[in-house]
Write a protein that binds this ligand. Structure first.
Ligand code: SF4
Length: 347
């Protein structure tokens, strides 16, 4: 049951929260006037959410007015899939990209899962098909197939273990098989190979050639330039970045791990090599810390809007409702459950 008591937010309250956000050109700059436009939508969504016993799960990369206006849970793929597993709400509204809504449906077949960006792609999830995985399994018959959560339900159904950027190293370290085929991200695969070697764990890691279009653009040169201009700045990056970027960073982790690092760090300046949503969370939640350099917007995550959330809550169209064929769901569930099992084994 969603127990959060609905309380209307005023434009002034919203503006107070968002006034420090300065990212992505003018996309994520907030004025009182802009907040006055958002608050009727936010209040209508929160009212409807309570009436329908719905829960709204939001990825950190989504626009700040959604994160701070209507989200019940905000986080990375791992935290949100746990929230999706534990919710008692009748309806889950997933504000992110399609593979995340599918993961919620895999875990909650009886619940209605709605997406505000049902066509919301992801260059990683779109990089590989189930048929390609089947061919790879024939080519690498002795390998355990590990898929990143950024994959379709059909691809998960063909793999053995699902991972997120929060737990990929721990899970692969816990898998007894030395032969690992990782997909679809080539950079995360390469980072995984390096990390296993660095930890002294013998693994033969092969990987596919997908990339995230946001993270693949970062280069070591950006880091060197920032280090010259801001010698005290800490550089944080995501494992979807190229190995040479990660190797030159002060911290590498999932979005949740990056936030935790920055909240706890004594440093006051950061260059954040990931999607801008994380920058805005820092600007709202720890405004005395400063971001240097720029960040990059993910067009898929940022395609989610308050208008669409209200629309799907009121009257979802067929395309807004996530469905996964039961035969696919059952096999994909095994793959996702293996992630939770291997995470526990490591504790
Ligand atoms: S940031 Fe990259 S991995 Fe994340 S949803 Fe966008 S395209 Fe996919």
């Amino acid at each position: 049951m969603v127990t959060k008591q609905f309380k209307e937010i005023t434009a002034a309250q919203l503006y107070k929260k968002l006034k420090n956000v300065r990212i992505g050109g003018t996309v994520c700059h907030y004025s009182l006037k802009k907040c006055q436009e958002y608050t009727p939508l936010i209040n209508a969504i929160n009212r409807l959410k309570q009436e329908k016993n719905a829960v709204i799960l939001v990825h950190s990369y989504v626009s700040p007015e959604i994160v701070y206006g209507v989200a019940d849970f905000v986080g990375d793929s791992y935290a949100l899939s746990k929230d999706a597993m534990n919710t008692t709400a009748d309806t889950i509204v997933f504000v992110a990209v399609k593979f995340m809504g599918e993961t919620a449906k895999i875990l909650n077949p009886k619940k209605q899962v709605l997406m505000t960006a049902p066509e919301g792609g992801c260059t990683l999830a779109d990089a590989i098909t189930a048929a390609q995985v089947r061919r790879l399994r024939k080519k690498f018959p002795k390998y355990t197939f590990v898929c990143y959560i950024n994959t379709t339900a059909e691809v998960k159904a063909e793999c053995d273990v699902c991972v997120t950027s929060s737990n990929v190293y721990e899970i692969v370290a816990n898998i007894p098989n030395k032969k690992i085929y990782f997909l679809p991200d080539k950079y995360m695969g390469d980072n995984l190979r390096y990390e296993m070697r660095h930890r002294g764990i013998r693994k033969d890691v092969q990987f596919f050639n997908g990339t995230c279009y946001v993270h693949e653009d970062y280069t070591p040169d950006q880091i060197f330039q920032i280090r010259t201009e801001y010698p005290n700045a800490k550089i944080v990056s995501h494992p979807e970045c190229a190995p040479e970027v990660c190797a030159n960073s002060d911290f590498v982790g999932s979005t949740a791990q990056i936030l935790d690092y920055m909240f706890k760090s004594r440093s006051k300046e950061f260059l954040m090599l990931t999607e801008c949503g994380l920058s805005s969370r820092l600007q709202v939640e720890v405004p005395h810390k400063k971001l240097v350099g720029s960040c990059t917007l993910c067009k898929y995550m940022k395609s989610n809007t308050l208008e669409d959330i209200l629309r799907v809550l009121k009257n979802p169209a067929r395309r807004d409702i996530i469905t996964v064929k039961e035969s696919v769901r059952r096999r994909a569930l095994k793959c996702v459950q293996a992630m939770f099992t291997y995470t526990k084994k490591g504790k």
